[in-house]
Design a protein around this ligand. Sequence first.
Ligand SMILES: [Zn+2]
Length: 359
Amino acid sequence: MAWPDFYPTDYLTARRRLRDAAGRFGWHTESHPIAARGPGGGELALDVFTSPRPAPATLILSSGVHGVEGPFGSAVQLFALNSWGNSPPVRVVLVHAVNPFGFAHRRRFNEDNVDLNRNFLLPDQRYTGSPPRYADLDPLLNPPVPPARLDPFPLHAAWKVLKHGLPALKQAIAGGQYDHPRGIFFGGHRPAESVQICGEQLRHWLGESGSVFHLDFHTGLGPWGSFKLLLDIEPTADQRQWLTDRFGVGSFEVSEQNGVAYETVGGFGPWCAARRGDREYLFACAEFGTYGPITVLTAVKRENQAHHWGTAGSAATERAKRRLAEVFVPASAAWRSRALEQAWELVDSAARGLASRAT
Ligand SMILES: [Zn+2]
């Protein structure tokens, strides 16, 4: 199979192919259904696949925290599973479709319009508040009408970027907000069902491993076809050295306003790290770049309008969803090959590095 063949056409295909491969290679499979349904009423679940033998270190690969980005992470998981067969170098846990609703319905957000990566709050954090500028931008970001064919939004957004600068604007818009339930980048008012499932299962997924490296796959940030590891927590000197040795100088970045990323609350990483117990837990978002920030933001905004204010199944809604899927997982065979090849190198190197460190 060529690289692009590993990308699923939809959620059901993604799920079936992973389950088939896991069964073939003797991986343990478990499913955690959520209450929301897929298109046509089908079941939606977080599926978890664990490699056959225990080991002192665990590599976790998760996909689809942002549903529409799921086909990429799912392709990485399927490729890794097929490549390792029944004997990966370390214990591996694949968490497939953390936001199965968004994956199946081609949304970044979940069944309650929640951005899961703003919903994993720590015990001292509250589901309230917004960046100061978000309320000013709300009419521009979240107009209560279906998306128009001709949308001046990209021009307005470009103007705002000139006025405020991209880092400040990214922070204000994408940093996460808890006041506009139909708006984009809404963090929710309570832990989402997916987050509750992770809360119940994480300890079990970690097993007896004393050392965990977790790669959470994302797309839509950074230059076309390249990737960056984004860390929400300052790594220790040892971890920095390990990341540099394994993946190269400049392969990772600690989140801050002026980099590729921006500061957020409610991220999956700090939440996992807070539950690590006495294990070492290193978490990174593996972010693969696609289109420019205004193109991506425009697609997110338009699909959100279609979801809340458009007609389900209409041509306009379908166009908005197709566009969203394209900006996060481009159809380009060149992008798909390049991104998956790099992701596999990353995953394979991580697994081998973890195995040699653990022995
Ligand atoms: Zn993402």
